[in-house]
Structures are given as C-alpha cells and as structure tokens.
Design a binder for this molecule. Structure first.
Ligand SMILES: [Zn+2]
Ligand SMILES: [Zn+2]
Length: 256
C-alpha cells in the first residue's frame, strides 16, 4: 500500500463549490473501483490548489486504464469546473502495509479482513498477498460496491467484538456463524467472484473461544458436517478448510 498526493491546480477561482463537489465525486469513484483505499482521504485547500492524500494498493493504481467508464466521464469535467488534471506524487510505502500478491497466476482467493485493515479484503490463496480489487472483473455496475459494503459491515462487527462493551456477542456471532446475514452476504460475494474468475474463492469464519481443546479439534464443517481439520494450518492461521464448501476457520484463540 502506498501513500500518494494528488494535486488539483485551480484555474478558475469562481467555481470553488463545483470543484470541491467534483473532487469528492472522483474520490468516491476511485474508492468504489478499489483504486483508493478507505473513505477518509485528507484534503488540504490553498489559494492555488487542492491537495488530496490517498492510500492506494500499488504505485500505478490511479492510472486511467484501471478507471471505470463513470470515472473517465467525470474526469472530463475537470476542465469545465476550472481544475487541472491532478499531478500524482508517490510519497512512499505505508508502514503498516501487507505485501501485494506477486504470483504469476494465483489458483484461488480468500475473502478476509479485520477491523484495522485498510487494504482490499481479497487475498491470494497461494501467497496470502493482497489482490487490488480493480484487477478483478467488476462485481457491481461501477465497481465493487458489494465487496466494499461487506468489508465495512465485517469491520463494524469486528470493532464491536474488539471493543467488548456494546454488541460484543452480536458482532462475534455475525463473524462466527455460517448462516449469519454477514456470512451469507460474504459467501454470495465469494460465489460471484468464483463465477467471474473461475477460481475457488474461500470465505473465512472467525472463531473466538472454545469450551475444550478436544471439542475444538473435533469441530466439523458447519455447511456439510464433514471433517475439515488440516494437518498444518494454512498461512499459520486457517486450521480448518473445507474444499467442498470453500470455507476456512481458525482454531479457537484460547487453544491455539
Ligand atoms: Zn499470490
Ligand atoms: Zn463443508
């Protein structure tokens, strides 16, 4: 993940309102298309420009060839509202970033996020590296709204669970239970990605605590009821895997 500065030079000082509107519209488009990460990109206004600081999956994420048709159309309006095409400067690697997938052709995907993750929630099933969403066929009309909405909901549940004060059990059940609304939504997204890419796409089910180590080790796949304990955990995290149901889970944290 990289932090980049986008500088929009002001050519017409009388169109400030339209300029701010267009910048926000474009930022929204880039976010929906997975080119910009997160909804909180700081903007600094000065007399001659607007500077926006954004996180992007890669150094070239803002290139026009990754944009969708809607963004390209909005981009044409820059001149009309008196703004120059933004100059993009790469400021450096984000210190908390996870490596991108560098496999030539990864064999499967995993939908996975946590409450602190900024990156795309799609991981490579071979190296566990990040897959920028814009590298996938669109899962929604203009981008990846369904995946980003799932990520947002998952992170809200994970935050409740981590916060331990309000809604902890609700958040945990959403992430843990195979048939919760959150899991059903995530599984439907995995299925869609699989149809579009023809690659197995796994969904991760969180496991918090367990009553005993034995009960935990005997846990069965919640979908088909078959054994799913792996000999060795995948990526040191997923001790359970059902290849038939495309599900992954961890050993309860208190018995790891
Ligand atoms: Zn990979
Ligand atoms: Zn199964």
């Amino acid at each position: 993940m990289h932090t980049q500065k986008m500088q929009f030079t002001i050519l017409d000082k009388d169109k400030r309102e339209q300029q701010v509107d267009l910048i926000y519209t474009l930022l929204g488009c880039w976010v929906q298309n997975g080119q910009i990460l997160g909804n909180q990109s700081p903007i600094a206004e000065s007399t001659d420009s607007f500077k926006v600081f954004v996180n992007t999956p890669d150094t070239d994420s803002l290139e026009v060839n990754y944009s969708n048709a809607y963004t390209r159309e909005k981009y044409k309006n820059l001149k009309e509202v008196g703004l120059r095409v933004p100059i993009v400067e790469n400021l450096g690697v984000h210190p908390e970033s996870i490596e991108l997938c560098d496999c030539k052709d990864c064999g499967s995907y995993i939908l996975f996020t946590t409450f602190i993750a900024i990156e795309s929630p799609l991981r490579c099933g071979d190296c566990f590296g990040i897959i920028p969403l814009y590298k996938l066929p669109k899962t929604n009309k203009h981008g990846y709204y369904d995946i980003l909405a799932w990520q947002n909901n998952y992170q809200s549940c994970d935050s409740l669970q981590m916060g331990c004060r309000i809604g902890e059990r609700f958040g945990m059940n959403q992430m843990m239970k195979f048939n919760s609304p959150l899991s059903r939504d995530g599984l439907a997204i995995c299925q869609k990605i699989e149809e579009l890419t023809k690659k197995a796409t796994y969904y991760y089910l969180y496991k918090g605590s367990a009553r005993s180590a034995q009960l935990e080790l005997n846990r069965k796949c919640p979908s088909c009821g078959e054994k799913w304990l792996r000999q060795k955990p995948l990526f040191d995290l997923f001790s359970f895997q059902c290849k038939k149901c495309k599900l992954l889970s961890n050993i309860a944290w208190d018995y790891k």
